[in-house]
Write a protein that binds this ligand. Structure first.
Ligand code: SAM
Length: 206
């Protein structure tokens, strides 16, 4: 796709990194584009994906450093994660492939002060949600045109293996309700380009 809606939000997600280099977990890393950006900040990154093809492709692309990236094939819903270990956990377009309750496990894996970010897809629920979703249509068309023109000028798109996609998403109302239940104090922010950002900071009080 000429304009990647998930990649567009990488800078926003990097703004939410806690201070200091620390340890990051990228859940459903795909070909590792965000894992590499985390490593570029100096974080030590563990990047996991249930797809062997994705892990192989990501590992083949190496790491820009200075942080090290360890790629691992794992199903996060069944994998054992260390408790109170990660400073930052990211899920980019991956959580809707899993039961939402997986966030409880991710929450336990955060150190106190650690941050969980979930960039996801959700169906609009309120009139305001619908208005934002509709507003994205012309902006998206323009952004695609600009990116397409840039790619043509630079010799064509950068093709890589395609990550598995899921076409069943929760509604924003469901996300708001479940986030309040499982991630108390979290924020749920609808974004342009049909994405939603959940941000949670672990307080360490259980
Ligand atoms: C739409 S892709 C997104 C990839 C990447 N995060 C990105 O932004 O390009 C979703 C990824 O989640 C992975 N995934 C799905 N279920 C998973 C699970 N249970 N554990 C780990 N990874 C999973 C898929 O294999 C796929 O690579």
């Amino acid at each position: 796709m000429p304009f990647n809606h998930n990649d567009h939000y990488h800078p926003l997600l990097l703004d939410l990194l806690p201070p200091g280099p620390g340890i990051a977990l990228d859940v459903g890393c795909g070909t590792g584009r965000f894992a590499r950006r985390l490593a570029a900040t100096g974080m030590a990154v563990e990047a996991v994906d249930v797809s062997a093809a994705m892990v192989e492709a990501a590992a083949g692309l190496g790491s820009p450093g200075p942080g090290e990236i360890v790629y691992r094939r794992a199903d996060v819903t069944t994998d054992t994660l260390p408790e109170a270990h990660y400073d930052y956990i990211s899920c980019l377009a991956s959580l809707h492939h899993m039961p939402f309750g997986t966030v409880a496990k991710l929450r336990r894996a955060l150190v106190p002060g650690g941050v969980l970010v979930v960039l996801g897809l959700a169906r609009p629920s309120t009139p305001a949600d619908w208005a934002l979703a509709l507003a994205a249509v012309p902006v998206n068309a323009l952004a695609r045109l600009v990116v397409y023109a840039g790619e043509r000028l630079n010799g064509g798109p950068d093709e890589g293996p395609k990550a598995p996609i899921a076409d069943d998403y929760p509604t924003l109302a469901e996300l708001r309700r479940e986030s309040a239940r499982l991630l108390p104090g979290s924020t749920v922010r609808p974004l342009l380009f049909w994405r939603t950002l959940i941000t949670y900071r672990e307080q360490g009080d259980g």
